[in-house]
Design a protein around this ligand. Structure first.
Ligand code: GAR
Length: 194
């Protein structure tokens, strides 16, 4: 009997974790040959940890504040990742920049979601920046991670229109709704459609 290969994902999240949960739900609802084997967080207070527990996904906390400096944290992160077997690292609201030695070690095996149409509005608070700038169209980008900040090759993008009556809150809702659908599509494209 031919057993289908199951691709293993590690999701990184620093806070809420709604994208993490959406990925897990899509995998389960669509019965995809994908498995989130770990939720990794740098923040012991992350709500994503509660989601992981509810969803029955193992989690690993690497408490950033417990390390002397960024380099020590990243060395511990590399050690943890090297101890695992996985196909893709999925950054989903992970609010730290991966150092070049991790990006190079897992070249083209790390993807990120960003709440704007890159290269517009990279970095933090992208939804707010787009809203305040007054653009009429913004959106969501999924891209490979390279050594820059939100600069790697784009895998998928989707537009979100900003209507005159949108508030920052309604725009955030629209962006998150798109994120929760596009990320799994991009993961399928990377792992299942080659
Ligand atoms: C998402 O909007 C994601 O695009 C953004 O953080 C949010 C996390 O939400 N990421 C970035 O801004 C990365 N530069 P979530 O924790 O509910 O998934």
């Amino acid at each position: 009997m031919n057993r289908q290969r199951v691709y293993k994902l590690i999701v990184f999240a620093s806070g809420n974790g709604s994208n993490f949960e959406a990925i897990v739900r899509h995998i389960r609802d669509e019965n995809l040959p994908l498995k989130v084997t770990y939720l990794l967080t740098d923040n012991p207070e992350a709500y994503a940890l509660e989601r992981a527990e509810r969803l029955g996904i193992p989690s690993e906390i690497l408490d950033y504040k417990s390390f002397d400096n960024r380099d020590e944290y990243n060395r511990a992160l590399l050690k943890f990742l090297k101890s695992l077997d996985f196909d893709l690292i999925v950054l989903a609201g992970y609010m730290r920049i991966l150092p070049p030695f991790i990006v190079r070690e897992f070249w083209r095996k790390i993807i990120n979601i960003h709440p704007s149409l890159l290269p517009a509005f990279p970095g933090l608070h992208a939804i707010e920046k787009a809203y305040k700038y007054g653009v009429k169209v913004t959106g969501v980008t999924v891209h490979y991670v390279d050594e820059g900040v939100d600069t790697g090759p784009i895998i998928m993008q989707e537009c979100v229109k900003i209507e005159d009556d949108d508030t920052l809150e309604t725009l955030e809702e629209k962006i998150h709704k798109v994120e929760h659908e596009i990320y799994i599509k991009a993961i399928k494209k990377v792992l299942l459609e080659n």
